[in-house]
Design a protein around this ligand. Structure first.
Ligand code: TYM
Length: 339
């Protein structure tokens, strides 16, 4: 297919998803998104970006994003992404993201961006701090990330659904204006773990920007720290173990985590417990067992930074081959004067 040919039929499903190199990766990222990235890699054509340009939307000190990018790459390989089949790349290594990002900004409206709940939440939380224009236009760059790869599926946690919806709207609008150019993607969320909640405040999702570290389990937390965080997890006022997200959000969150970590069903697991203590202890143990091999592999990979950087260069070149063809197709569809 030439760069400007119409979309060719592809028999293999193309998958694209990304993660920001801000703070440390936590259990919500892992169970909500990363687990699905690994699952699909052998029968689908998968691309995963470490989106360092997105991380710039919240101001940062020099060097921090670069350091977090290498660590995140090590995590992605440690969880089982295979560099032979999965293309892992750094967003700023593929300049087409920023280029198509501008086209996307011109295809989305101010009103649509104003309705994004993540922007409303994040800007409200930053109240007296600097709120960048990038934080507002963020979903346009995210749309570029996805559409550049002709992705059919985007495996994400629940909190990203709105961003995938707006990506679909942008793709449809562009295709309507300029002719069939982009594949319209679908969000894929896991049956369990799509919304892992904060252990201290089960009404909020687990996140790097939560109020305390105590509610967030990081992939690199030691077994002692994990045990302590689960022991102190907020449960509910009565002492009955039952799966009921509305009236028992704390206990249901623990059951969801246990189910996601062991492959069971949350409501069936509830039947084996009559007290909170054993549920907390078993959930902590299941998470420790899940993370142990990841932590070992992470330490090995971080000891060879040159190899990590080499893998990322290979990923960038594979990603660019796809992204540059799509960008050219979009420019041609618009009718920009060729160089
Ligand atoms: P980020 O970096 O905040 O999170 C990465 C992935 O983790 C999921 N996630 C969760 N899932 C379940 N429970 C939680 N508590 C939880 N917290 C986070 C997120 O849904 C996400 O899938 N805007 C995106 C990054 C992005 C992107 C993209 C994603 C940029 N371009 C293109 C997909 C496709 C973000 O900030 O994710």
């Amino acid at each position: 297919m030439t760069a400007t040919a119409p979309l060719a039929f592809r028999s293999v499903t193309r998958v694209l998803s990304c993660i920001q190199p801000t703070g440390s990766v936590h259990l919500g990222n892992y169970l909500g998104a990363l687990v699905n990235w690994v699952r699909g890699q052998h029968d689908k054509d998968v691309f995963h970006g470490i989106v360092d340009l997105h991380a710039l939307t919240t101001a940062t000190e020099p060097g921090l994003v670069g350091a977090a990018t290498v660590e995140l790459a090590a995590i992605l390989y440690s969880i089982g992404l295979d560099p032979e089949v999965a293309t892992i790349f750094v967003q700023s290594h593929v300049p087409e993201h920023a280029q198509l990002g501008w086209v996307m900004e011109c295809t989305v409206s101010f009103g649509e961006l104003s309705r994004m709940t993540q922007f409303k939440d994040k800007s409200a939380r930053r109240e007296s701090e600097f709120v960048s224009a990038g934080l507002f236009t963020y979903p346009a760059l995210q749309a570029a990330d996805i559409l550049l790869y002709d992705a059919n599926e985007v495996p994400v946690g629940d909190d990203q659904r709105q961003h995938i919806e707006i990506t679909r709207d942008i793709a449809l609008r562009f295709n309507n204006r300029f002719g069939d150019t982009f594949v319209v993607p679908e969000a894929v969320t896991p049956a369990v773990g799509a919304r892992v909640m904060d252990l201290q405040d089960p009404s909020s999702k687990m996140s790097k920007s939560g109020d305390t570290d105590a509610g967030c389990v990081y992939l690199l937390d030691s077994p002692q720290v994990i045990t302590r965080k689960f022991k102190r997890a907020v449960t509910d006022s009565d002492s009955e173990v039952r799966y009921d997200v509305t009236s028992k959000p704390g206990v249901s969150n623990l059951l969801d985590i246990l189910a996601a970590a062991t492959g069971g069903s949350a409501s069936e697991l509830a039947e084996s417990y009559s007290q909170y203590g054993p549920l907390k202890a078993d959930t902590a143990d299941a998470v420790i067992a899940l993370l142990d091999p990841i932590q070992t592999r992470y330490r090995e990979l971080m000891a060879d930074r040159a190899e990590l950087e080499r893998l990322l260069r290979v990923g960038a070149s594979r990603a660019r081959a796809v992204a540059s063809a799509t960008l050219e197709r979009a420019y041609t569809a618009i009718g920009l004067l060729p160089c």
